[in-house]
Design a protein around this ligand. Structure first.
Ligand code: PMP
Length: 410
């Protein structure tokens, strides 16, 4: 698989070697690195990507859930052209920010007010700060495997972290939560939790676990923060609306900014009002691009034209179908893999064992060599441009190469 990959991608290899002279490992975004070198793309249209060697892929990664609209969609071009015509940075407020804020508050019943940032990372940092200030407490409960952004990662693997006092607990472990709150409920400012671990491997949070988080926060006065940067697309109103479990603060980003750089945190009015610049001692939260017109215009157009309840439910159904079929192939072929996830977001994992690192690399290379683009870590997220034929193609290719490899694991 590796030699075929190398022979298909000489130009990517050359770009990677060039970039490595000026950037460590040629990389500026850790999640994009892949063995033996990452692929360089020339461009994309709808659900297709073309790399610098001319190979064409069906894009099953969808920019790590952000690229839900497919590549170069017309709505985005129109929004960006009209925003650019009126001025990108106006040194001032403009009407689009209130319009986007209104749409997000209407969408999430738990969200009274929002603020904007440039990334999900920033939005999570600001949400945590809002909770620390609101409660006057210092400790934040986070979960193993959680990813709340580049400086809020809890993978246990050389993570960079901002200096909050964190208590790191196992995900979906109700006993651990109860034991922690029993000892120090009055010191905990917040629980921050993804309703499904995203970068941590698409492990859904159970309803019991998330409602325990809810109850413990309500009882202790801690702030419950749902990081729905990925899961907001699983259902209109996010995973919280699907489960009927509502946090105090919600963080979103990615596709709500039309796939442009974006982050947003919001929730209970009493917590958010700490940012009101008219208040004495208001929390300062500046940012040159927080209200840039490109993201605001793209977000409004995306929400109005694409992120409807019906479109999201259809996408989730298509994802459920793909995941079921992937698991059926693995089972039938006796391949040592399984897929987890909810709706249109999923991850292929090697089953546990000493060879799992190599099995992960192998299936990535086999998929890429078959023209199916996924993340090196096995993440798949569908965009609206993926159709039923693309799903059939994925399953056929998977069937073909897992059959070929069956001697390896039988
Ligand atoms: N939270 C979650 C759950 C995410 O998946 C991500 C990004 N993958 C982030 C936060 C960070 O968002 P950004 O990359 O925009 O900083």
């Amino acid at each position: 698989a590796e030699s075929l990959y190398r022979s298909l991608h000489p130009a990517s290899a050359a770009h990677s070697a060039h970039a490595a002279q000026f950037m460590p490992g040629g990389n500026t975004r850790s999640s994009l690195w892949a063995f033996p070198f990452p692929i360089y793309m020339e461009g994309g249209h709808e659900a297709r990507l073309t790399d610098v060697d001319g190979n064409v892929y069906i894009d099953f990664l969808g920019e790590f859930t952000s690229g839900i609209y497919g590549h170069s969609p017309d709505f985005l071009k129109d929004a960006l052209v009209s925003a650019t015509d009126r001025g990108v940075s106006l040194s001032s407020h403009h009407r689009l920010e209130g319009e986007l804020a209104e749409r997000l508050c209407q969408r999430f019943p738990s969200v009274d007010m929002v603020r904007f940032c440039n990334s999900g990372t920033e939005a999570n940092i600001m949400a945590i700060n809002a909770a620390l200030t609101f409660t006057g407490r210092e400790e934040v409960v986070v979960f193993q495997g959680a990813y709340h952004g580049s400086v809020l990662t809890f993978s246990g693997n050389n993570d960079v972290n901002v200096p909050f006092k964190t208590i790191i607990l196992p995900y979906n472990d109700i006993e651990a939560l109860l034991a922690t709150f029993a000892g120090r409920a009055d010191q905990i400012a917040a629980i921050i939790v993804e309703p499904m671990l995203g970068a941590g491997g698409c492990t859904p949070g159970t309803a019991e676990f998330l409602s325990t988080c809810r109850e413990l926060c309500s009882d202790s006065g801690a702030v419950l923060i749902f990081d729905e940067v990925q899961t907001a697309r699983l259902h209109f109103g996010g995973r919280q609306s699907q489960l009927g479990i509502f946090p105090d603060l919600t963080v979103v980003g990615k596709f709500f900014g039309g796939s442009l750089p974006f982050g947003c945190f919001g929730g209970r009015k009493d917590i958010m009002q700490q940012f009101d610049p008219r208040a004495v001692g208001a929390i300062a939260h500046a940012g040159t691009f927080n209200n840039n017109t490109l993201t605001m215009a793209a977000g409004i157009a995306a929400i109005d034209q694409h992120l409807t309840a019906e479109a999201l439910d259809q996408l989730s159904a298509r994802g459920d179908r793909l995941r079921t079929e992937i698991n059926a192939v693995f089972e039938r072929q006796g391949a040592p893999y399984h897929a987890t996830g909810i709706g249109s977001i999923m991850n292929i994992h090697p089953n546990h064992g000493p060879d799992s690192k190599y099995l992960r690399q192998l299936i990535y290379l086999d998929l890429i060599n078959s023209g199916i683009f996924v993340a090196a870590r096995g993440l798949i997220s569908l965009c609206f441009s993926i159709n039923d034929d693309d799903i059939v193609t994925f399953v056929q290719k998977l069937k073909f190469f897992t059959e070929q490899r069956s001697v390896c694991w039988s």
